[in-house]
Write a protein that binds this ligand. Structure first.
Ligand code: AMP
Length: 610
């Protein structure tokens, strides 16, 4: 049995929402706030020195589209080229970082997707600590089954940045099956259909006497509820432009508001046959429209058809027939859409399983896995598969596969290399992931150099490179020169993601530094504001300084001196206080000016003239 203090938190780090759960003797339990809500919107607001996460950040998103970050999961472990498609849908700025990574530019600061995800993880952890009244340092985090090595690594790094020891990265569909306790079945083949906000997965699992095996996974990390929202946004914006003029463009706040309208409409259409949208465009222009479920379904159908195609491919890859699949588990908010349920039922020829809330099922499953790791839950072996083949670059830009897609993890494979030049003491190797045959069509995971090979004639060294994929689906590479028995030093520079040193540095600095940096930014803004105030006071003194009583003048001089001193310092709060005090001290001056204006106006002169 694990120590009571060793709670391992199960975390569903979602594109749209994140949730935490823990394991108890009575089964997995979701972490909820005082209002009973378990979901933390995966939204972060970073502005004016403040960091807010979840509902608070989501609420202000419309007002601050440039400083609100959402869907960060789509950027995890990705390069700028991978996310080109996303850019026009994300109002915040994304720029290229080193190692082909992306950085989010918010309020003058560059943040990695890992740091942003760490902020979300930290929020989920904080809520759990509050709910359970104890410190939590360990977690199981779920990822879509289709996540490649770089994306899994990025998720693990995010956990580390949030101060969590990530005990296991688990595929979301595997977690869902665990939540349903399907391990108790003697033997069964199960399909898990997961349609969330930003990702789609379908997995075919086999359970046999308490042992899970993922037979195949298929999906699209760029398909989800957001796409359905976009269909509605397209419909609405096209109609608005045809009604009110094609010149009408939509600024960031309007786009964000449209996004919210679209999502609300989509959700309403799951329960009702029609929903009305009303957009106030200002200047008396109001767009009003009733959208029917049928109309929405027509637009949603191509997306849902794509998910069914993926189901077909997953079934084929698993080497089973649709008839053999006895249970279909539904995961993700979008599986509440009636069209989705109908399509899934029609394809699998059975009613899908929806007993557990589709939003919570993955977090609950992560908690079951946490229970297993902590030894609270009975022993159970959990097997998973790798979603994409792993290989190395061979001559002429081709890919030699070492570990095939859908191999059960943990797994290992090795290959022997040799040198092509006499006395060569190092060999460069390029590691790739993907199903295609050419390097340019696969994803580069990293390059490494085997050094310390004893000098020998070309072709003589036997360098055995071993790929090992651990239970988290994360690749480890080792190499040895077999003739000399010397282990070669392997140094991997990830193509996408952070190097070990970068993560270490960030852990040391901690994401809290974001707050310090934001404070620095705030200080700059406040100093600019100070200059404006000082100039205004000076101008007013020149105009109406004579109205001040000696004591008032003295107080104002003191406040101005204090403000100048605060502006030269580093304390933003002190500067803010000094600014307020100077404003207060200048009040009699402002008042006198206002009185003069009113008096002049009363005499028939216009305010503008004064
Ligand atoms: P998830 O990623 O699982 O949290 O799913 C979030 C997605 O599910 C978002 O696109 C939501 O708009 C969507 N969603 C949540 N509830 C419903 C509902 N009742 N009907 C349709 N879509 C929903």
């Amino acid at each position: 049995m694990a120590d009571e203090n060793d709670i391992i938190l199960g975390i569903d780090l979602g594109t749209t929402n994140s949730l935490g759960a823990y394991f108890t003797a009575g089964g997995p339990k979701l972490i909820r706030d005082e209002t009973g809500n378990g979901m933390v919107p995966s939204v972060i607001a970073l502005a004016e020195g403040k960091v807010s996460v979840g509902s608070e950040a989501k609420r202000q998103a419309v007002l601050n589209p440039l400083t609100t970050v959402y869907s960060v999961k789509r950027l995890m472990g990705r390069g700028l080229a991978d996310v080109q498609q996303e850019l026009r849908f994300l109002p915040y700025h994304i720029v290229e970082g080193n190692h082909e990574t992306v950085r989010v530019e918010v309020d003058g600061r560059l943040l990695t997707p890992q740091e942003l995800s760490a902020i979300i993880l930290n929020e989920v952890r904080g809520r759990a600590e509050q709910a359970l009244g104890r410190k939590i340092t360990q977690a199981v985090i779920t990822v879509p089954a289709y996540f490649d090595d770089a994306q899994r690594q990025a998720t693990r790094d995010a956990g580390r940045l949030a101060g969590l020891d990530v005990k296991r990265i688990v595929n979301e569909p595997t977690a869902a099956a665990l939540a349903y306790g399907l391990d108790r079945k003697e033997s069964a083949t199960i399909a898990v259909y997961d349609l969330g906000g930003g990702t789609f997965d379908v997995s075919i699992l086999r359970v046999d006497k308490g042992v899970f095996q993922v037979l195949s996974t298929h999906g699209d990390t760029h398909l989800g509820g957001d796409d359905l929202d976009r269909e509605l946004i397209d419909l609405i914006t096209t109609e608005i432009q045809s009604q009110f003029g094609s010149h009408l463009s939509f600024g960031p706040s309007t786009r964000q508001a449209l996004r919210d309208f679209a999502e609300m409409t989509k959700i309403r259409l799951s329960a009702e046959l029609s929903a009305t949208v009303e957009v106030d465009l200002g200047e008396g222009r109001v767009y009003r429209r009733t959208i029917t479920r049928e109309e929405f379904e027509r637009r949603a159908k191509p997306w849902i058809d794509r998910t069914i195609d993926a189901c077909r491919q997953a079934v084929t890859a698993a080497g089973v027939s649709v008839e053999e699949i006895e249970q279909v588990v539904m995961v993700g908010g979008c599986t509440r859409i009636p069209l989705v349920r109908r399509a899934v039922e029609e394809f699998f020829q059975r009613e899908p399983y929806t007993a557990i809330n589709p939003d919570e099922v993955v977090a609950l499953g992560a908690a079951v896995q946490a229970g297993i790791l902590a030894g609270v839950q009975r022993q159970m072996l959990l097997l998973d598969v790798i979603p994409l083949s792993l290989g190395i670059e061979t001559l002429g830009g081709a890919v030699g596969k070492l570990i095939m897609r859908n191999s059960t993890v943990p797994c290992r494979a090795s290959e022997v290399f040799t040198t092509s030049i006499d006395g060569q003491t190092s060999v460069d190797i390029h590691v790739l992931q993907g199903e295609r045959e050419l390097v340019i069509d696969c994803r580069s995971l990293g390059r490494f150099r085997l050094t310390g090979v004893p000098p020998m004639p070309a072709g003589l060294p036997r360098i055995r490179v071993t790929f090992q994929v651990d239970a988290n689906g994360i690749l480890h590479v080792s190499a040895v020169e077999e003739r000399s028995g010397r282990a070669a030093a392997v140094q991997i520079t990830p193509s996408h993601g952070l190097t070990g040193e970068e993560v270490d540095r960030m852990v040391k600095e901690s994401w809290k530094y974001a707050i310090t940096d934001m404070t620095a930014h705030r200080l700059i803004d406040l100093r600019n504001e100070t200059q404006r105030i000082l100039a205004a006071i000076e101008k007013s003194l020149a105009r109406a300084g004579s109205v001040l009583l000696p004591a008032q003048k003295q107080a104002l001089d003191a406040a101005v001196a204090a403000l100048r001193a605060a502006a030269a310092g580093e304390d933003a709060d002190a500067l803010w206080n000094a600014m307020s005090a100077a404003n207060d001290a200048a009040m009699p001056l402002t008042q006198a000016q206002m009185d003069a204006v009113l008096e002049q106006t009363a005499r028939g002169r216009k305010v503008d003239e004064f």
